[in-house]
Each structure stands twice: as C-alpha cells, then as structure tokens.
Write a protein that binds this ligand. Structure first.
Ligand code: UFG
Length: 341
C-alpha cells in the first residue's frame, strides 16, 4: 500500500482526508502534535475505516522527529501538508508564531522530503491569497492581492516556496489547493471540527449557539454591498474537500515533473451569512438566536470560487451542498453533546 504522510492529519480537514485516503487504498501516516486537534480524531477515523491509523505526535518543526518518520516508512509515496496555525486574529497579534510555524515547518518538511527522495506534495492553501478579488467568481489566475493577515501571507509565501522549489528540482510535483470555506463533518458523525475555546469561524459558532452553549450568534455586519448586507462566502463540505486531496495525488501521477499547479476548491456558489443561518434553521429545525454586530476587521465583502479548472483537470466537483454540510455539522455537534454527557 502506498504510504502518504499526512501532517495535521488529526485536524478537521486532515482527519477527513485520511478517511478518503484509506477508502482509495492509500495508507495515511499521521504526523500531528495535537496542539489544535485531539487524539479522538484517530479513534473516529478508525471507526469509519475499520483500521487504526498510524499516528506520530510530532511537531513538524522537529526535523529529527520528521526524519525518523520518513525513515521508518520508506518508501513514502507523497505528503499532504495540512499542519499549520490558522487563526487570522491571532496571526495579527502574534505574527512571528505564524511565520515560524507555517513557513518554517514547510521548509523543514521539504528538506526532509528531499533527503528521502519524496517528490510528491499536496499543500493546503487558502482563498485568502486572493484578498478581495475584483471579479467574481475568482479564478486561479486572478492576481494575488495583499492577503489581509499574517496568516494569509504565510500561505502566499509557502505557495511561492513550492513554486521556487519546482523550478530548482526537476522531479518535484506539487499541487496547491486553495480552500474556500470548509464546513460540515463526516456524515457518520465520528469526526468533525473541534474548535478550541470560543469558535471564530461561523459554522461552529452556529452549532454551539443552536446547542445552547453560546447565547447568541453575532453576525459581523449587515451593511455590506451584498443582496442581504452580510458577507458572502463559498462554503464547501469537508468531505468533498477531502476527496479532492486524493484526486490530486492520483492526478499528479499522470503529469510530467516538475509540476506546481494551483486549484480552487469550492462549490462555485456564494452564500451569505444570513443564508447560512436560515438554511441551518430550516434543515435542522432548531433556532439560532442571532443579532447584528459591527463589521469584523479584515473580512472581505464577498468571495466565491470559479471551479472549472478543478472540474476539467482533476475531474473533481462537489457532490454535497450547503444543506448537507449544515445537517452534518449539527449531527456532529449533537454527538459532542452526548459524549460530554
Ligand atoms: N461570521 C459571523 N459571526 C461569527 C463568525 C463569523 O458573522 O461569529 C462571519 C464572518 O464575519 C464572515 C463569515 O461569517 O463573514 C465567515 O467567517 P469565517 O470566520 O467562518 O470564515 P472566513 O471567511 O473569515 O475565513 C476563511 C478561512 C480562513 C481564511 C479566510 C480568508 O477560515 O482560513 O477565509 O478570507 F483566512
């Protein structure tokens, strides 16, 4: 079985990707220091796939630790690199943490890969690299704007690092996946999002409010130039997103090296914050108390993906929609409540 090292494999998108890797016949090897994830993600993966995944509690900045994992699992077919810090607000307050963890760890990973002759990497990027694009939907060739946070800028730099390396190493194959807004959970409710503390992202805040853990959802601004005044985003079901990683690995095989290719991963459709809240209420039949607050610093007005390239080249498109994602997010939340007693 082809072994794929999945950094951040215990995280939200990483854990769902491990499930899809197993389903496609790959063997994921998880490297995750659990700073922003929990061991129970591995149990969830095991419940879904029937197999306990291999896991190492290692910080990707620990070069010696990474060396050992690559040596132990040689030959490594490829790497999917999720591990990164991702809180936009925190990155503004503590930019060095982001430059160190996100950029430093990719540099170390690439060095270790080179030493072990591993030539395939799928990298977690973000639509944040587009800033507020002028034309919608946003295509992969839209110019990169000033990402609005140090977090976003680390994604720009990491993408550039991979581009530069693909010029220097004729055998390297890199696929950069720009995620729009991943939400939802596995339909089995065995894995999902596990935010630490007060969630900053919309959907976990919605599910916690519906569950009564939070009093009220504050919608960050209703005076934007959008149909209902609230921000528009492209919300993609995490299972669809996870599948795309496996398809990217398979697609790479058919391409000549060197390769460094970017793909948008979204649904191709924008939904407003209010639409998300209304759809959640409609699908799940539970109220979500909400009020309007001021705009949040750094939010772009609207963004959604042009997904033609992923469809035409990777052969990938979403099978699930906003309703599916919000139903699965709620099922996961209810499971968490039950587990907490
Ligand atoms: N929102 C609320 N109330 C909340 C939380 C969010 O109204 O309590 C709104 C936000 O203001 C935004 C929308 O819901 O309009 C979506 O917010 P999220 O925080 O869920 O997602 P973002 O679009 O801000 O963030 C995503 C990724 C980041 C990435 C960013 C780039 O999560 O990794 O896009 O734009 F950097």
């Amino acid at each position: 079985m082809k072994k794929v090292i999945v950094t951040g494999g215990a995280g939200f998108i990483g854990s769902h990707t491990c499930v899809e890797l197993v389903a496609a016949g790959y063997e994921p090897v998880i490297v995750d220091d659990l700073r922003n994830s929990e061991e129970r993600a591995l149990e969830g993966i095991a419940k879904i796939t029937g197999r306990v995944p291999l896991g190492y509690r290692i910080d990707c900045n620990d070069e010696g630790g990474m060396e050992r994992v690559f040596a132990e699992h040689a030959p490594v077919h490829g790497v999917i690199h999720f591990a990164a810090d991702k809180a936009v607000g925190e990155s503004v307050a503590d930019p060095l943490k982001y430059y160190h963890n996100n950029i430093g760890s990719l540099a170390i990973l690439l060095r270790v890969m080179a030493r072990h002759g591993v030539k395939r990497i799928v990298f977690s990027s973000s639509c944040t690299v587009y800033g507020q694009p002028e034309k919608m939907p946003v295509t992969e060739t839209s110019p990169d704007r000033n990402a609005s946070s140090p977090y976003g800028y680390t994604k720009v730099v990491c993408e550039q690092m991979l581009r530069d390396l693909s010029h220097a190493d004729p055998l390297l194959k890199a696929v950069l996946l720009r995620y729009f807004n991943p939400i939802g959970a596995h339909p089995s409710a065995h894995i999902g999002e596990l935010p630490r503390g007060v969630p900053t992202n919309l959907v976990p805040y919605v599910t916690q409010t519906a569950a009564g853990q939070r009093e009220v959802l504050t919608i960050n601004g209703n005076d934007y130039p959008t149909p209902d005044g609230t921000n528009v985003r492209d919300y993609i079901h995490v299972v669809d997103l996870a599948r795309a990683h496996v398809m990217a690995l398979d697609w790479m095989e058919k391409q000549a090296a060197p390769l460094c290719e970017v793909f948008n991963l979204g649904t191709g459709k924008g939904n407003s914050v209010l639409e998300v809240v209304k759809t959640f209420v409609e699908v799940n039949g539970v109220p979500v108390p909400h009020r309007f607050g001021p705009r949040r610093a750094g939010d772009v007005v609207s963004i959604w993906a042009d997904v033609r390239k992923s469809r035409d080249e990777l052969g990938w498109s979403c099978k699930l929609d906003l309703k599916d994602a919000l139903r699965d997010a709620w099922r996961w939340q209810k499971g968490l409540e039950r587990a907490a007693g």
